[in-house]
Design a protein around this ligand. Structure first.
Ligand SMILES: *Cc1c(COP(=O)(O)O)cnc(C)c1O
Length: 433
């Protein structure tokens, strides 16, 4: 579900025609729908209402302050992976007591900062990390709240770069080892065990891997509940979204999509997991990222040239892999639609950016509706792992970000000024004159 729809020939975000935003703010441009963010959070929250639960939004999916504020206002917690993300959450008015700190490489400074801010817990990914947290907490005369991340060794059937729950990955502590680690944690004076955690991967479009992982975890969670006073079980994030609406509508597909089949929803996810989780009598924590923001954002770009070669048509646009790297990095599929639809039949084309890399494409041999030089296109479902993964490669400034709510429009990140690209650079001392 999302609030981007066509009214007449124009594509709207809520009540705002996107073409007006493109003309006013220029391209490339990210646009987010606040109602869509709220809808997704509320649908998940409602589906889980039989459980004592906390939804901790995974900040890494989209860390814009306005996005964080939207979720903070709804009572969300946050899943953070760095000092920087905790600072953003604080800047956006989020509650540090609802923050869980994930990641395999937490530094001393990060641990200390998080302890001083009294976060909810550290999701511990290794024994050395546990020792380090204990030492830093001792120095600060605190008890560090922790959950241990368990690797349940299940296949999530998603892209290799976003699979995290098998023993091939760097994440978590193996299921058959973890009780020993809880015993050790119990003996560390400055560790306070609060929970148990798992996260098996991202863009998981079926309930099955979640069910298998939770089932594998249940005996452990029951033992922990009995012996170690765990207050919560975090089932992680990873709920997938629809990138290709041909799948959602069940219509014949125009092209062979790389997306996995089927659609997962807040309700289908809850229906599959509630029977397993409810009997535990524990608080359940979720860490969704993509599910909350993915379909709430689009990247708008403008067609610069149509280049026809002997055997191919290229639509060259002004956004590039530095603005949205998902196609290059994950072979990701993004629906591409014109902001203003012209009549006529579809024609296969490669949609490419201006960056000097053959990986700089958004679509290959995609049957596109008619487009002309100067037209605007929307890359749909770009709200997650879009702007946060942007870089300045080819000295291209970060695109601006706009939040829409009903008829209201607000710029929530300015286009990066060109001078800022080298603002923190200097000539070497001996080159200055
Ligand atoms: C990335 C990540 C998430 C969020 O993943 P999504 O697929 O965006 O829901 C949640 N928890 C952990 C530990 C993560 O690394």
């Amino acid at each position: 579900m999302h609030c981007f729809s066509r009214i007449g020939r124009n594509l709207y975000c809520e009540k705002v025609p996107l073409r007006a935003l493109a003309e006013r703010f220029g391209t490339p441009l990210y646009v987010y729908s606040q109602s869509t963010l709220e809808h997704h959070y509320q649908s998940l929250d409602a589906a889980l209402h039989p459980l004592d639960h906390l939804v901790c939004y995974a900040v890494k999916a989209n860390s814009n302050l306005a996005v964080l504020r939207t979720f903070a206002n709804l009572g969300a917690g946050f899943d953070i992976v760095s000092h920087g993300e905790l600072r953003r959450v604080l800047a956006a008015g989020g509650d540090p007591a609802k923050c869980v700190f994930a990641g395999v490489g937490k530094t001393e400074d990060e641990i200390e900062f998080a302890l001083r801010n009294n976060i909810c817990c550290f999701n511990v990914e290794s024994e050395p990390e546990l020792q380090r947290i204990n030492q830093i907490a001792a120095r600060l005369k605190k008890a560090a709240p922790v959950a241990i991340r368990v690797n349940p060794n299940v296949e999530a059937h998603t892209h290799a770069k976003i699979t995290t729950g098998t023993y091939e990955n760097k994440f978590g502590i193996a299921l058959d080892h973890v009780l020993g680690v809880y015993d050790k944690a119990d003996r560390l004076r400055h560790i306070r065990i609060r929970g148990v955690q798992m996260h098996i991967g991202s863009q998981i479009t079926s309930e099955k891997p979640f069910v298998s992982a939770v089932k594998r975890m249940l005996p452990l969670v029951q033992v922990l509940k009995a012996g170690h006073h765990v207050e919560f079980f975090s089932v992680g994030g990873g709920i997938g979204i629809v990138y290709d609406p041909a799948l959602e509508s069940g219509k014949p597909q125009w092209w062979k999509s790389k997306q996995a089949k089927g659609v997962i929803t807040a309700d289908s996810y809850a229906r599959a997991l509630l029977p397993l989780l409810q009997p535990l009598g524990l608080r359940i924590v979720l860490e969704p990222g993509r599910f909350l923001v993915g379909n709430a954002g689009v990247l708008i770009t403008r067609v610069q040239y149509i280049k026809q070669t002997a055997n191919k048509r290229f639509v060259i646009v002004d956004a590039a892999m530095n603005d949205l790297i998902r196609p290059a990095f994950y072979d990701a599929y993004h629906e591409i639609v014109p902001l203003f639809s012209r009549p006529g039949s579809r024609f296969p084309a490669d949609v490419v950016g201006p960056v000097c890399e053959s990986g700089d494409y958004f679509a290959k041999q995609r049957p596109l509706p008619p487009v002309k030089e100067g037209d605007y296109l929307a890359l749909m479902s770009a709200g997650a792992y879009g702007s946060v993964m942007a870089s300045n490669y080819n000295s291209r400034p970060f695109p601006p970000e706009i939040m829409v709510k009903g008829r209201k429009v607000s710029i929530v990140r300015d286009r990066q000024p060109i001078e800022e690209l080298w603002q923190h650079e200097h000539m070497a001392a001996w080159q200055k004159d």
